[in-house]
Design a protein around this ligand. Structure first.
Ligand SMILES: Cc1cc2nc3c(=O)[nH]c(=O)nc-3n(C[C@H](O)[C@H](O)[C@H](O)COP(=O)(O)OP(=O)(O)OC[C@H]3O[C@@H](n4cnc5c(N)ncnc54)[C@H](O)[C@@H]3O)c2cc1C
Length: 459
């Protein structure tokens, strides 16, 4: 299904109008894969509920990805509850339209009580332990609420963006679609997380001159010793390891993803090779001068070496696993880096040397509508496996909510099952003893305004 064809599901207006004054055992806020997964498990157990979605189910995939987007994780990891991928290419990587089609089919498979085009605008506790949810279509009440509003909500762009001259087109990665969207000329991509690397590659393949400001994101090889690294790591239990097994759980939760791509059947993203082919790699973008000049730090070598060290370390652990288990797998030589910077020097690029900047600088959350004391000092909801300290309030779909797969297709089914178990216990009034809460410190739920700026549009 093309993004243009991704219309609001035809919920008759009277149904939306009936929301005002309605009460449900459970209301799920957010109709992406996480909210829909919880809905599927609730439906399987006969628990009455409603899913509120401000736009259209799964719209993130349809509307906030670039044209050549494809999954980084293999299709076999798409295992929504009762709806594992069963297409012809389990080791392949679905493209944007295939992902939205997979979600459409998931919705059709159980016909959830989904109401699209309704935004939850505030959530409060009521006397007696229930919840009041204000929406732009009226006020509902619920015994329990699941927040499934997505891991990547508000595009984040550093405020230095304001210092670029108006002649430079600026987009956040969520707004990037293709090279033709940008004027002719060189493009700077800021950030080497998954989005930054893939967008830089997309522009590079389109023949654009690309400047890439690197960061400290790690990388992983696509294939090693005859298999996708994801397959090895899955066998090694990496993706089902709970966050409580890590000494530095908070650090793990906020780490950047490894860069690699599923494009054209999957391959490494080797920035060094891009450099050989003409891409201009830089260190971190430190500041923009009064004249709009772009000042990069001297960290390029360290950033490339750091990313490679992680990739090689992952290969080491795969080797160890193969050896420990006596697995017959082809031996693969390690490759030497194909390029390195000549010197570790800061660099400057004049503003007039780039026509556009793509800020692949990530996302923040906006939970200001949740008027409950569950947030930590940085505005992150405190929880244990998605269960908050507010009885009856849950989150689903957070990155590393419990496992690596929590914020992805692979782990959300297990989280949904876990949460619906807790929801069921709470309904019976049998919340298990022994749950201990991470401190819920009432605090600002939104980072300082200084850290945020809306990107200017390309038009
Ligand atoms: C660039 C990119 C690439 C990714 N690649 C992969 C990959 O290869 N494999 C993988 O497994 N995962 C990947 N992910 C991660 C993850 O699978 C997606 O982010 C996915 O969209 C998360 O699903 P979700 O349901 O948790 O959240 P979302 O898809 O963000 O859904 C949340 C929904 O809540 C709605 N909503 C928000 N606020 C409200 C409100 N107040 N009231 C009502 N509705 C509201 C939104 O409209 C949205 O539809 C990627 C993410 C990004 C950003």
């Amino acid at each position: 299904m093309s993004p243009e064809a991704h219309h609001l599901r035809s919920v008759p207006d009277p149904v939306r109008a009936e929301l005002d004054g309605a009460h449900r055992s459970v209301v799920v806020v957010g109709g992406g894969q996480a909210g829909l997964s919880v809905s599927r498990v609730l439906a399987d157990r006969g628990i009455d509920h409603l899913v509120l979605e401000s736009k259209t189910a799964g719209h993130e995939w349809a509307d906030r990805r670039w044209d050549s987007f494809c999954l980084v994780t293999p299709n076999w990891q798409c295992a929504l509850p009762g709806f594992a991928y069963d297409g012809p290419d389990p080791d392949g990587f679905m493209v944007r339209e295939e992902i939205t089609e997979y979600l459409e089919k998931f919705v059709a498979s159980f016909d959830p009580p989904l109401v699209e085009g309704v935004r939850a605008t505030s959530l409060r506790a009521r006397a007696g332990g229930t919840f009041q949810l204000d929406t732009d279509r009226g006020t509902l009440t619920a015994d329990q609420v699941v927040v499934a509003t997505g891991p990547y909500q508000v595009p984040r762009t550093p405020r230095m963006a304001e210092r670029l001259p108006d002649s430079v087109v600026q987009l956040h990665s969520s707004q990037y679609r293709n090279a033709e969207q940008l004027p002719e000329g060189a493009v700077l991509v800021v950030g080497t997380g998954q989005s930054g690397c893939q967008i830089a590659e997309d522009l590079h393949l389109a023949g654009r001159t690309v400047h890439l400001a690197t960061g400290t994101a790690p990388r992983v090889a696509r294939f090693y010793r005859g298999r996708d690294c994801v397959a090895w790591l899955s066998d090694m239990g990496t993706y089902t390891k709970g966050i409580d097994a890590f000494a530095d759980a908070e650090a793990v939760r906020h780490k950047t993803n490894h860069y690699v791509t599923g494009r054209d059947g999957g391959r490494d993203i080797d920035l060094r090779r891009f450099a050989l082919e003409g891409m201009r790699l830089h260190g971190r973008l430190h500041r923009i001068g009064d004249d709009g000049a772009l000042h990069f730090g001297p960290e390029l070598r360290a950033n490339l070496d750091g990313a490679d060290a992680v990739a090689e370390g992952i290969k080491d652990s795969i080797d160890a696993y193969i050896e420990a288990n006596g697995i017959d797998a082809p031996v693969e030589e390690r490759r030497a880096p194909v390029w390195a910077p000549e010197r570790d020097a800061a660099e400057t690029v004049a503003a007039e040397d780039v026509v556009a900047v793509i800020w692949a600088t990530g996302y923040g959350r906006d939970d200001r509508w949740i008027e409950l004391p569950i947030f930590d000092g940085r505005g992150y909801p405190t929880h244990e496996r998605g269960v908050t300290s507010q009885p009856g309030l849950y989150f689903v779909g957070l990155p590393w909510q419990y496992t690596w797969g929590s914020g992805r297709f692979s782990g959300v089914a297990a989280d949904a099952e876990y949460l619906v178990d807790r929801i069921t216990e709470t309904r019976r009034g049998t919340v298990a003893d022994g749950l201990h809460w991470l401190a819920g410190t009432p605090s600002s739920t939104f980072p300082s305004d200084d850290d945020w700026v809306a990107p200017r549009s390309a038009s």
